[in-house]
Every structure is written in C-alpha cells, then in structure tokens.
Design a protein around this ligand. Sequence first.
Ligand code: ADP
Ligand code: ASP
Ligand code: MG
Length: 815
Amino acid sequence: MRIVRILKFGGSSVETPQRIRQVISITQAARQDGPVAIVVSAFGGVTDDLVRIAERAERRDDGWERALDAIDARYQEATRELVSDEALSEPLAALSGIFQEVRELAHGVSLLREASPRARDRILSVGELASATVVAAAFRDQGVAAEAADARELIVTRAEFGGAGVLETETRSRIRAWFASRTDLQVVTGFIAATEAGETTTLGRGGSDFTASILGDALDVDAIELWTDVDGVLTADPRVVPGALPLPLLAYDELMELAHFGAKVVHPPSVHPARRRGIPLLIRNTLRPEGVGTRVEVAPADVRDTAPVRGLASIPGVALLRLEGDGMIGVPGIAARLFGALARNAVSVIMISQASSEHSICFAVAPDAKERASRAVEEEFEAEQRAGLVDELVTEEHLSIVAVVGAGMRERAGVAGRLFGVLGRRGVNVRAIAQGSSEINISLVVAREDEARALNAVHDAFFAGGERSVRVYLAGPGCVGRALLGQMAAREVSLARERGYRLVLGGIADSKGALMDDDGIPPGEALERLAAAGRRVPLDDLVAAAARDPDGVFVDCTASPVVADRCADLLAAGTAVVSANKLGPAGTLDHWRALRRVPTRFRFETTVGAALPLVSVIEDLVATGDEVRGIDGVLSGTLAYVLDQVANGRRFSEAMRDAHDRGYTEPDPREDLAGRDVGRKILILARLAGRDFELADVAIEPVLPVEGWGELTLDDFWSQLPVMDDVFARRQAEATRRRERLAYLARLEGTGARVRLESVPASHPAASLRGTDNLVALTTRRYQPAPLVVRGPGAGPELTASGVFADLLRAVAQR
Ligand code: ADP
Ligand code: ASP
Ligand code: MG
C-alpha cells in the first residue's frame, strides 16, 4: 500500500483531547485522497518539562518525581477522555510501562548525579512515545484501525545524542520494510530514533518535523504536511512582529534560510530530504484547517515576481568575535585556519563577514559556543599574537542576528541600501553584516535590545502589502484622549484594510506619569491599564521613546504647559506631533516659530474650533498666496453654548455647570470666562495669517470680571459662581429688550486683535448660532466682500477627538 502523504502534528496540535479530536478529523479528511501516515510530537510543553526533569534529577532535586508524575497524569487523563471505558486498559497499561521505565532511568541519574546525553535522550523520548500511544488509541476509539509506531524501529542514527546524524540507507530500508507489511494507520513517534545497537537517540529539538521529512523521503510521498499552531510560515515570528503575514508560497532555499536563522516554525534539517526529492512541504494550521497554509517547493515561478524580501528571522543572544591584525593583510589561508580551528572544536559559526581590506574577520556564534570559540582561536593564532601580527580576539556579547531572506533579492538592486536606510531612521545600529553568496539572505548583527525594533522596522518597510505599524504616544487621557482611544479602537481593522497600517499605542501618560509597552497597548484597554499600572515611568521616558521613533506620532491631548514644551523638542528630533493643546501654538512667538519650523510635522487643527477646518483653511489660503485681512467670529463653542442657554432663560452658573459636565469647558473654566481661551485661539489664527503677535497683543475683555478669582480652588470657584448670575441676567435682559443676542466675539482687523462680549442685532450672523456652534468669517484678498465662512459645532470630546484623529492620519500619510 503506497502512502501518499505524511501528516505531522506538533506539540500544540495534540495539546488537549479537543485538539486530538481535530487531528483525527484532519487525518480522516486527508485519507479520502489515499493512505497516509501521521507523526506526532509530545504534548505541548512536555519536552521542555522533561529537560528540566533531567536537570533536577541530576541535581538530586526531589521535585523531579512529582513533575514526572504530573506528565504521566496528563497523558492518562487525555486517554480517559478520548477512549471509552472498555478500550482503556490497553493504552493505560502501555503508558504505565513507558513512564515506569523513565522513572527508573531518572532515578539512576539522580543516584549518579549525572545526566549523560544518552540518559537525557532516553528521558526526553517518553513525550513522543506517550503521545503516539494516546493518539493511536483515540483513532481506534473512532473506529479507525490504527497503531502506535515506535520510530526507534524505523530511524537509525549514529551514536550521537541530543541531535544525532541519520544513517540514510539503513533508515530508508527499514521504513520501506515496515510500511510494506502494514495496513493500519501508523501513528509514528516524532523526534526519536535509535542507534544500530538500539540505544535511544533524538533528532534535536523540534525534530518531529525531521521525522516526517525522513518518512516522506523514504516512502516517496506526494506531500509532507506539517500541522502546527500558525497559518503557515509567516513573514516573521508573529510573537515579535504582530503584523506578520502568511506566505502562501515559498522556495525550499528560502525556508531553509529562515529556519537556520531562527524561524522556529520548521526544524532546519527537515527541509533537505523534501528538497532532494522535490516533495512539497505544506505548513498548515490545526486550529484553522480550512486555511491554505504555506506550500514550499522548488522556487515557485511567482517567487521572483513578488516582493524581494520574503521573510525575516532572528537568533537572539549571539556573540560576535573579531580577529584583527596588520599581519593578516594579504596572507593567504588565515580564514581557512580560523574556521578549521573552530570546526575541530565543534563550534558552529552562524555568520561570517570579512572586511575587504582583509584586515579583520568577524564571525558570530551561539552564546554557549563563545568560550570554546575563543579558546580555539587563541590556540590557533598563539604564535602570530605573540609576534604582534594578530591582535587579541575581540568579543561582543548580547547581540542578535536578524536575517532578511528572499530569492527575489538576487534580481533586485538596492535592497541592502533600503534596509540600512530603514534601520538608520529607526535608530538601530548595525554592528556587522553578511550576505550569503547565493544572495538570498542578508544577515545583520544588532544589539539584543534592538532586535524587535529592527525586525518590525524592516517588516514595515518591505511588506508593503502587509500592515505597517505606526506607534502613537499619547499624553492626556482626559475627555478628548479617551474619545480618541475609542475612535482608534473602532477603526483599527478598517485602517489596516484601507490604508495598510496599524496604529499601535506605544505609551500613554497622564499627570502622574507614563505607561509604556513595546508590544503596544490595545487602545480599548489603555485607560484601564494606565489606572492599574503600579509603577509609572516619568513623562520624559515617553517623550524619549517618541523621539527615538521618527516614524511615530506624539499626541498631546493635555492642557499642560510641560507637555507643550516637550513638543518642540520632539519636532526637532524629527517626530511628528499632533496637538489639541493650545498652549504650544499660543505660547511665545519664539515657541510658535520652533513648532512651525517644519510646518507639516506639527498639526494642531483642534486648537481652534474643535474639528472644524480653520487652521488648515488659513494655512492653505496663505500657502497659495492669499492674504488674510480680517477674521471675525465666535471661537468658543463653550461660551456659545452657555450664552444660548442663558438666552433661553437658564441661570448663568447652571449653564456653565452644564457645559462643564458635557466636557465643553476647559479643565479650569476660568480660562473660558477670563477670555484667555478665546484670546489664544484668535492669536493662533492671527499667527497663521502671518501676524507676529504675542498673547499680550490681543485685547481681551473677559466674559465676567473674574479678576481675583484666580486664587480660589476649583470647588470654591464653582460655589462662588452663582454670585454672577444676577449681573449676567441684567445684561441678558438688556439685550433681550433691544431684540439682540449676546455673543463673545473675537476679531482680527488691520493691526490688532480683540475679544469681547457684545450685544449683536438679530441680523448679525452670530445671533443665529445655536448650541456649541462656532462661526468664523475670513475676509481675504480673494474672499471679499463676501467672506469665506466656516460654521459648525466647535466643542465636545468626540468632535475634538475626531479632529485629532484626522491630524494623526495626515501625519502618518506624510511619513
Ligand atoms: P509545533 O509544536 O507545531 O512544531 P512550533 O512551536 O515548533 O510548533 O513552531 C510553531 C511556532 O513557530 C509558531 O507558533 C511561531 O510562534 C513560531 N514561529 C517563529 N517564526 C515563525 C515564522 N516565520 N512563521 C511562523 N511561525 C513562526
Ligand atoms: N517534542 C520535541 C521538542 O519539543 C520535538 C518536536 O516537538 O518537534 O523539541
Ligand atoms: Mg516544531
């Protein structure tokens, strides 16, 4: 019976009885197309536990027994759940035999105080042995004739432990003989093998993939399917790059490079047997079997036509060693001696880069090989070092290798240049580079702490079809900030679809400090997490993070002078800033000029008239050569609302309180009543119109004479406010008698600007305003005598937030 497919189910695919049921249904579906064999891993996490058990036994830490019992119990429980009572005794007896043997072995390790690689492999093997037992029994329970197959009968290796070399010829003939005589579904243990003498070995961590590939090769199947917990091979590790995308097609070479450089999704050697025979490898998601997953085959035709960069991978914690010296220049054979010495000492070199001057050779090794490597090199070049021809070996640690992989890079110029540009802009320092001669991999060495940033930066830049992530740093989670977060959360999915990027909240600060998270804080959870955060970092840390992120956007939704000050620093550092805070653009003239140095980098539409287009309209007029001659209007949605209420007979203090409760007023309503808020707004518009004003140049008449109220606490202020009701009621009565309306008007004309409460006739445009409506008439060289009029609601958190959001999107589009 010819086996047409091998299906391998990894640890997470057999983690729970429910998943095992899924495995059965996937297998049954596959069997429609012909006979299959399946390979299973240990239940998720079990091999890691077994590694620790071996270590603990070696240390005589008694905990190992309990830990082993827990694994035993986990397999028994799964069996009881999957197998009906009548059929239970057989698998349970088998499990008990498997665990008893390993218990004795671990006991031996603890007596000897030594876990030899041999004993360790034997201990690790129980995970896969137990899995195959349970899964085969579960199949039988569903009426499928199935048996557990112990791969130690099938795969023969050299007597190496912890990752043994396979003896191919012997292995192939055993596999063929085995399958020739079997008709039941074979549930083969992954990961494990045996020497010719029958001693248990393993194929290295993650080696169940290799088991599947070896079987597929020997049986010359049509496809090898690796079923795991992600939608195939993704453009990057989704745990590090949240926007990683599935790759429907991949070349063997590409997968091999990704796997060798840390993409844990496939065990690197597994690719070889499949490639040799041209058997397609399919990587698929057990949790989403309807998905297509990834198909790996000989350079699929369209690989070249797609993006030059196909995927990213990384190896954390490597060490970089550099051999340098004038005596190396032009001397043949130095590299050969260096790598010969490393090979003899079993140091595997992850990456090599040589400067063209031949003055230095640089290579990267795994952290645990660092000592061995140094010793090997020092010994090899002892004589040269003594003669001063070669310097002492320089070692740098806490580094990571980031590999950028793609067959299309060969065909396209400029990938490396773009790569370094991107990393430079994100402030990632590249310590060393290497490009394989096949040109399908560019490897970079960066600081360990820059690894995630580097991966995300490169991912953003090269996967244009994918989602770019843009970091947002928010100060001020008040009414507007809160509404903004809500709007961001609601638009998250559509933004990715329509504009190809995700807004990721990198941090959020209130007056007590900041909360930051490199992984991003879901906007919907930000306030809760900020409130719950035990320790905050200082606001300046958030500002510093934004300053280091020239692709990020800092958003100021505060009314704080401190935050307004930091905005200028951020703009100077190249980070875009969106501000709803008037204190920045209405600060000193010098500050205004600093903010406006690169006009597109600083956006502040909502500082005047909430989301109404005022700032942008004046900017456009001026930029296109118009000249603003006069600005006239109602610039306070808050006061417009209060005056409208009072005109309708409400007491002034009540109307103020109501406006406050609706989030219309400034945090301190005295800013509104003293006219400073409107004063700042006309100042901002005047500056946009080209007037070099300071706030002192605006003549402000307060709404109410509240001088002397500045010392009151906010609470006292509110309780004093009704004193003003009568004064105000009299002004209103006077206006009513004359059939007029009260309006708080701001005006720029000729050389001056002023703000004051006026009584206007019913024919005045301001008399018809309702609610929080703002109204601004712009008289310009082009717009006269009829002015350009902007009118509409000019207050409220949702509206203001929408304006901030629009500024934010514009800032991103500009990048
Ligand atoms: P299994 O137990 O099924 O063999 P593994 O945990 O060995 O599964 O491999 C799958 C995991 O590999 C994924 O959950 C993912 O976190 C990780 N991974 C790393 N790089 C990649 C990548 N480029 N594409 C997909 N998964 C990746
Ligand atoms: N169980 C083994 C490991 O965790 C093999 C595998 O899962 O592929 O390394
Ligand atoms: Mg794996």
